[in-house]
Design a protein around this ligand. Structure first.
Ligand code: ASP
Ligand code: MG
Length: 454
């Protein structure tokens, strides 16, 4: 059994949707398949928008009309008025009561996947395939109330297996991604992009042969093709490498998606359904054995620096920074403190930057008052350039290239294993800096001496 997962952009109206139908028709000729679908196009964003409007008691009808139009059910001859009516009833009651509730939000957002799976199964049946709509709330159970992530593996595996056993030979289940239900049978969602997790869990539960993750990109690249023209597709990665890349800003599957596959050694293949070809990237236990080399840019980060007056003020400062931030659940992406320098710099996600700054002002209140700490400053115009995987002299080459081009690095950090280097620079220099670093690091045949000589 192969599990095919299709993302929102792959399921957009017109040729993307037609491609998906063709891919399913083609794959089911060669093996048994199960299909997991996301909401189509930007349906989830529209649903969230409607929820937010109604919570404030505002009109949502315009967004609702756009949502209904996007589902395009009538042109495919699908009758799902009852779903639209239900959705409208929930929206109206939220609007009336102006209540914000995770429970109602999850319920509202679930209609994206419900409508998507209904439509895909309808089209396949109309084309003569034995496809069947599956509401994942009947097989995926969570065990911690309304919390989105806590899938109860044991219970869900039992339900999933029993469901698959009940299928007719060759029948194709079209399963809603992203949604599950809790012990009270209330709808819960698995977080943004949660359909990937749904597909991995199903594959894990039924011991699938592989997962095909059909998206709108060709796979994983040596750098973002948007930033670096010569970026190349990486054909083969190990689960471990995929983890590393995901942590370093490369758009790839979230570690929680990879874990259920790694546990069972099930390969996942990333393919582009829009530009249909099967080059893609395969992620499995072995990888290519050559090791990865990627230059990636991590945007939406901010740098905080704490400047102290003298060396004595620095004692224990890092420990206090970590615990102050930990109290507010802020994680530090990178920290750098030179042994003689009087400042400590570190990087957090932009969305956490204000919280982080305030937490530190609170923590170092006394020092700020008595002047032993001169100030705490926040710079939101920075990005991290990360070099991931083993490279010869990568750090030297990158620093040399950036200096020569007068690009200043605020912070530099080099992992002990030598397989990860992070450079913090001004966000205005992003494109130029990524290209310089990429060229330096991927200059395949040049020795360090030759680089310095140019
Ligand atoms: N529809 C949900 C989202 O947009 C889940 C998914 O696409 O995986 O986040
Ligand atoms: Mg998506």
């Amino acid at each position: 059994m192969k599990v095919l997962k299709f993302g929102g952009k792959s399921l957009a109206n017109g040729s993307p949707l037609n491609n998906v139908i063709e891919i399913i028709e083609e794959e089911q000729r060669h093996s048994d398949i199960a299909v997991v679908v996301s909401a189509r196009g930007n349906s989830t964003d529209l649903l969230i928008k409607m929820y937010e409007l109604t919570v404030e008691g505002k009109e949502y009808e315009q967004v609702y009309d756009a949502f209904v139009q996007l589902q395009d059910t009538t042109s495919h001859g699908l009758e799902v008025d009852e779903l639209f009516v239900e959705l409208k009833e929930i929206l109206d009651s939220v609007k009336r009561l102006k209540i914000s509730s995770d429970k109602l939000k999850d319920k509202i957002v679930s209609y994206g996947e419900l409508l998507s799976a209904r439509l895909i199964s309808h089209i396949l049946v109309a084309n003569g395939l034995n496809a069947v709509f599956v509401d994942a709330r009947n097989i995926f159970k969570t065990n911690n109330g309304l919390k989105s992530s806590g899938i109860d593996h044991l219970q869900s595996q039992g339900l999933t297996k029993a469901y698959f056993d009940s299928l007719e030979p060759g029948q194709i289940p079209i399963i809603t991604g992203f949604i599950a239900s809790n012990d009270k049978n209330e709808t819960v969602t698995l977080g943004r992009n949660g359909s990937n997790l749904s597909a991995s869990l199903i594959a894990n539960f039924i011991d699938a042969e592989e997962v095909q993750n059909w998206t709108d990109v060709n796979g994983v690249y040596t750098a973002s093709p948007k930033l670096v023209q010569q970026a190349e597709l990486i054909s083969h990665l190990s689960f471990k490498e995929a983890h590393e890349l995901a942590n370093f800003g490369t758009t790839i599957l979230h570690p929680r998606t990879i874990n259920p596959l790694m546990e069972k050694g099930i390969p996942i293949k990333i393919y582009n359904s829009i530009d249909r070809q099967k080059a893609g990237t395969i992620i499995d236990m072995d990888g290519s054995k050559k090791g990865i080399k990627v230059v990636s840019a991590i945007e939406n980060v901010a740098m905080i620096s704490i400047e102290s007056k003298d060396i004595t003020a620095r004692v224990g400062i890092s420990g206090r920074i970590f615990s102050a931030l930990g109290k507010y659940n802020v994680s530090v992406r990178l920290i750098s403190q030179a042994s003689t320098d009087l400042s400590v710099g570190f990087v957090v996600d932009s969305e956490d930057s204000e919280i982080a700054k305030n937490a530190l002002i609170e923590e170092f209140e006394t020092e700020l008052e008595n002047g032993s700490i001169l100030g705490i400053s926040l710079n939101t115009n920075v990005v991290i350039i990360a070099i991931i995987g083993r490279h010869n002299y990568a750090l030297e080459k990158a620093i040399y290239g950036l200096r020569k081009n007068k690009i200043w690095m605020y912070l530099i950090s080099n992992s002990i294993s030598g397989s990860q280097i992070s450079l913090v620079i001004d966000s205005g220099n992003l494109q130029k800096a990524v290209n310089i670093v990429y060229e330096q690091v991927f200059e395949k045949d040049k020795s360090l001496e030759e680089v310095y000589a140019t």
